[in-house]
Design a protein around this ligand. Sequence first.
Ligand code: HEM
Length: 150
Amino acid sequence: MERVRRTAEQRRRDIQANAACLGIDDAYVSLLVDTFYARVRSHDVLGPLFNDVIGDEWGSHLSKMKDFWASVAFNAGRYSGTPVPKHQALTNVREEDFDIWLRLFRETLEDTAPTPEVVPYFMKRAERIATSLKYAMFGLKDLLRHKRAG
Ligand code: HEM
């Protein structure tokens, strides 16, 4: 048990050290999240999708998203939320809105990344999560539509 725990702790340290080499740490995650959501909030299409739900709670949303990205990027272990049901409740969001989200996220990374490797590092993870959220939100609907059409 002790050995397993040490190994997991060592793994977390290795992931953090590797991310830190690329310039990914809490300070960068904070800059990325603040810059990205400032752009989201003033975006013609994405802005209303977020503002209508988040309202006056942007402060707590941003700190939650910093914990989320620190956990995804370097295993910080500070996020324990429920993204799937939260997104399933967003009935105004269309599948193609995810392409807009991903494009804006890439642009933000390209404008802020401390090293070039940071862009694919985050994009790989964002695309994987976007695919699973889209599947959770639209998977069944698409399946039923195809069934009906066929
Ligand atoms: C068009 C695409 C998207 C839209 C419109 C959207 C919108 C939202 C909104 C409105 C919330 C707040 C929900 C609430 O507090 O009830 C939220 C939460 C969140 N979103 Fe998204 N989102 C999108 C894509 C993504 C993607 C691609 C990711 C990850 C890569 C992501 C990660 C999260 C996380 C972690 C939360 C916090 C969930 C929790 O409360 O624990 N979202 N999103």
